[in-house]
Design a protein. Sequence first.
Length: 122
Amino acid sequence: MKRKAMAAVNKAVAQGILSRPKECQVCGSRAGAILRHGSYTLTKGPRKGHTNSWIELEASGSIVAHHWAGYDQENWLNIWWVCRRCNVRLTSHDGSQSLEQAKAFSAQWQPRWRLRLTTAST
């Protein structure tokens, strides 16, 4: 049932019945959006003087369909558009959780990732 529900959403998007938004409906983050970036220089150890860069991303991956009301055929297009991080954390698929409850629950999360990128030493 889950595969058929996902296929129905993909078909609806391809036909223009549904449109995938840029923002998560639960936490409001934009998938893959860069929030901040910066760099720092190591002051000790074998790589002393080496510069590392970092970026902070909002959300993780792309926006996906969360079948909050279940995978029965009548609910195939009854979805919330959420980032992958929210989709993993939203475990309810029985319709027992409202979007407002999910938003309140997501306020406790840290929906940001920090990635360290290594750059050439200056």
